[in-house]
Design a protein around this ligand. Sequence first.
Ligand code: ZN
Length: 327
Amino acid sequence: VAEHAIGIDLGGTFIKAGVVDRGGRVVSRVSVPTEVAQGTEAIIGRMAQAAQDARRLAGLGWDRVAAVGIGSPGALDLNEGVVLVSPNIACLEGRALAREVRQTLDVKQLAVTLENDANAAAYGEFWAGAGRDARALVLFTLGTGIGGGIVLDGRIWHGAHGFAGELGHMAIFADGLPCGCGNHGCVEVYASATGMVRRLVEAVRGGRPTRLAEAVRRGDAVRGRDIHEAALAGDALAREVIEETGRFLGIATTNVIHIFNPDLVLFAGGMTGAGNMLLDPIRQEARRRAFRAAFERVRLDFAKLGNDAGMIGAAGWALRTSATSAS
Ligand SMILES: [Zn+2]
C-alpha cells in the first residue's frame, strides 16, 4: 500500500520537499534554493527533483507514495492547480503548477495537488502539530507579511473560490496606512516583522532612545530578532514595540474569535521567537475585547512544527484528498 505522501513547500528562497508517513511523521527531507531568477522551467524541475531526492532518501519506490502535495504562496486556482497571483515568484503566474510537476515526475496514477502554503501549514498543525484535536483551528503565520489558514472540522476552509484565510489583510484601523493589497490599516502593515521594524525605526527617528538607535541611524537592516534581543537586554522601546505588536495581533485574534468561535488560534513564523513577550499581550488584548464565553474556551498558543508545517500539511492534505477522490 502507498502509505506515504510527499510534501513540497515552495518558498521564495527555498524549495523544501519531504516524505511524510500516514501518522504525519517526516521520514526524509530535502532543501534546495528556489533561484527565482532562473525562471519557471528551472523551478518546476527543481521541485520535481527535490521530490525525487526525498523519496530516494526515504528508501521508497513510487508505489509506496500515494500523493504529492505542493504548498505555494499566492492566490491559487485550487481546482485547476494553477497559480493566479504570486508576488514573490511572479514567473509562475498562470502556470498549471500541479500538472507540470506531475508531468515532470512522470509517475503513472500519481496525484499531485496544489494548496496555499499558509493553509497547508494550518492543516499540518491540525494533523501532526499543536492542533490535533481542534475542531476549529485558525493559524496566523507571522513573517515579513502575515498569512493565515483555517481548518474547520478537519478540513481546510477555502471559501467559495479558494481565497479564504487572508488574515493579514483584516483592517484594524479605519484610516490606517495603505497596504500592498489595496486596503488600508491591515494588521500586516502593523504587526508583521516588517511592520514591527518600521514602527521601531519611526520611534527612533522621533527621538526615542534605544540601544538599536545606532544601527537604525547607520541604516543597518534591523530584524525582528534584534528587537527581541534588545528587549531581553532591558531596552524599553524594543519591549514596547513587541508588546504593541502583540496588542495589534490581539485585536485581529478577537475578530477571529468572534467569527469562528475557534478552540485553537495558533501563531507561527520567525516572530514567535519573542515568546511570551508577544503572546501575553495577544492574550490580554483578546481577553479584554472578546466575548467572554468564547474567550474562555479558546486556546491561544504557538504552532509546533516550525518550518516543516507547510511541507507536512501539504503532504497530509494531498493524502486526504487523494483518498477522498479514489473512494
Ligand atoms: Zn492588506
